[in-house]
Ligand binder design. Structure first.
Ligand SMILES: NC(=O)c1ccc[n+]([C@@H]2O[C@H](COP(=O)([O-])OP(=O)(O)OC[C@H]3O[C@@H](n4cnc5c(N)ncnc54)[C@H](OP(=O)(O)O)[C@@H]3O)[C@@H](O)[C@H]2O)c1
Length: 303
């Protein structure tokens, strides 16, 4: 008798910006169960409410659901918040990740861990390859890097996906903040000395689906670190200008330096990620960020 394939995927942080789009991208082919602190605001077939920093809760949930793969997106993602409260950052991003990784290892689940361009210091003039040595500048980056190290040391069948500058329909993001700010105040100042690749959560979720299918279901190899972002680069200032142009909002935006913005956490100057390993695995690259942004802004017209 052929054994039925286990098609359960557990997504931590299901209520977050990426978690919600992952649920939509995977739900047709897989049985999706979400974990989050609160009930999702959108419809998701099954959600277990709980805290990933509670080891017994995480162990019990993974034992009972027996997922084939856990996609771990839950995190403390407020970069300045992490800087001001390192204990909470390390509790959620490191201890929480360790709880998930240990339970995956104990009950035989594969794991996908979402990480960030902020594990790099941004001093490299070219794109960061997966083999480049991380060197975070802030507490958020340190905590996410510590999570990467734990996942890779505890589970052989794991993937670390670093991404950057997320925007999407389910959650607060830079684009929404800029549009709301410009509607209230037509004079804005935006940082112009940080460069990265904006990434649409809908595109990233589709890429993660392809990767999970390839690595965990078809090939059963290809574990390790990947970088996945939309194609192309810009500064926050350029991103803000393009978003307002596409929305037809007339506002005066002035470029400022990171130093002038005076944020608590240091940010990398150029944290562009080289996606080559992902392209080699799947034969596809994500589309340019400008096209993704245009699609994202269409969701404004639907609400
Ligand atoms: N956003 C970005 O620009 C960006 C860039 C690079 C990488 N990433 C990584 O990508 C992943 C997804 O990011 P995102 O922006 O989608 O995150 P998000 O919107 O902040 O969502 C994270 C979710 O995790 C939940 N959560 C937080 N602490 C938890 C806990 N202790 N137990 C259970 N759930 C908890 C949050 O709930 P509450 O909201 O109620 O706290 C939220 O629903 C993260 O791992 C992040 O580090 C994000």
């Amino acid at each position: 008798m052929v054994e039925a394939v286990n098609k359960t995927i557990l997504i931590t942080g299901i209520n977050g910006m990426l978690g919600c789009d992952l649920c939509h991208a995977l739900t047709e082919k897989f049985r999706i169960v979400g974990v989050d602190l609160r009930q999702p605001v959108f419809s998701c077939s099954g959600t277990v409410i709980g805290d990933i920093t509670d080891k017994a809760f995480v162990r019990r949930t993974i034992r009972e659901l027996s997922p084939k793969v856990v996609i771990h997106t839950a995190a403390y993602t407020d970069v300045d918040g992490c800087e001001n409260d390192p204990d909470t950052a390390f509790k959620i991003n490191v201890l929480g990740t360790e709880n998930v990784a240990r339970a995956c290892a104990e009950y035989g689940a594969g794991m996908v861990y979402l990480s960030t361009d902020y594990v790099f210091n941004g001093k490299k003039r070219r794109s960061y390859k997966v083999s480049d040595k991380p060197c975070p500048l802030n507490v958020y980056g340190e905590s996410k890097l510590a999570g990467e190290i734990i996942v890779r040391s505890l589970i052989r069948n794991s993937i670390v996906v670093r991404t950057s500058w997320l925007f999407g329909p389910n959650g607060r993001n830079f684009i929404d903040t800029i549009i709301k700010a410009a509607e209230k105040n037509p004079k804005l100042k935006v940082v112009n000395d940080q460069t990265g690749s904006p990434t649409y959560t809908v595109d990233l979720a589709a890429a993660l689906r392809r990767m999970v299918e390839t690595v965990f279901f078809d090939r059963k190899r290809g574990y390790g670190v990947y970088h996945i972002t939309n194609t192309g680069i810009c500064t926050w200032y350029e991103l803000a200008k393009e978003a307002l142009r596409l929305r037809g909002i007339k506002a005066e935006i002035s470029p400022i330096s990171t130093a002038a913005a005076g944020r608590p956490a240091l940010r990398p100057e150029r944290s562009v990620l080289d996606n080559q390993r992902y392209i080699t695995l799947t034969g596809t690259a994500l589309r340019p960020w400008r096209r993704a942004l245009k699609d994202y802004l269409k969701t404004y017209e639907q609400t």
